[in-house]
Design a protein around this ligand. Structure first.
Ligand SMILES: [Zn+2]
Length: 226
């Protein structure tokens, strides 16, 4: 499958370790061995970092922290940077469905590129199919794949929309994300931002141009769950 995530990302081959470097929310799939090597190299750096912060390696509570952090960044928080795109099956739109199909309440966990603190929230995706429909679980996997990288919420929504558009070619597409940014909370930023939730929406095709349709979509998003 074509890797759509590489189209616009800045790729620079020059960095201190001679590795190919790319944007925090970009993707280059690595083998299990390459990821293992990355964890080992990162662990060494986290020990250095703890040293600079004057945290003793003899503290029993921190005995395996460097290793834990290294694994967490490579295999969990930034997983979507190194995993290949999820395999997605699309099905023919045999009945010619011409109305909104919506999946909401998709759990979203990401990390902000600015502070490397969690972004936690929900994503809703709605589309009017063209020739194809897609299973709802696949939409969650797409969200997860893009979220598990260093992100800013605005670009996350655009990446998800670009990818779904490229696969489904829907007549209409909307991606709405509501998320809390823990860099605000963790750093003790006072004021309205501390508890605020950021909402971003990306509208494409008919949802961008048809005001009534967009209204219907947004109303369906706020209705209570079953
Ligand atoms: Zn941040």
């Amino acid at each position: 499958m074509k890797d759509y995530t590489n189209i616009e990302q800045n790729i620079s081959p020059i960095n201190q370790s001679d590795n190919l470097c790319f944007d925090a929310n970009g993707n280059q799939s690595l083998s299990a061995d390459e990821r293992k090597e990355m964890v080992q190299a990162l662990q060494v750096k986290f020990i250095e970092l703890m040293d600079i912060l004057r945290i003793s390696q003899n503290d029993p509570n921190c005995a395996h922290t460097a290793q834990r952090l290294a694994k967490m960044y490579v295999n969990e928080l930034f997983r979507g940077r190194f995993e290949s795109a999820p395999k997605l099956t699309v099905f023919p739109n045999r009945k010619g469905v011409d109305q909104l199909i919506i999946s909401k309440g998709i759990d979203l966990m990401s990390v902000c590129s600015h502070h490397w603190q969690p972004i936690s929230g929900e994503c809703a995706i709605g589309y009017i199919p063209g020739d194809f429909v897609i299973g709802l679980s696949k939409l969650s996997r797409i969200v997860n794949w893009f979220a598990r990288r260093g992100q800013i919420q605005e670009e996350l929504g655009e990446q998800i929309a670009d990818y779904i558009e490229s696969i489904l070619k829907p007549k209409a597409l909307g991606v709405v994300i509501n998320a809390r940014h823990y860099c605000m909370i963790a750093r003790g930023v006072k004021g309205p931002e501390e508890k605020s939730i950021m909402t971003t929406s990306v509208m494409r095709g008919l949802l961008l141009h048809d005001f009534n349709l967009r209204n219907e979509f947004l109303q369906l998003l706020v209705k209570d769950r079953i």
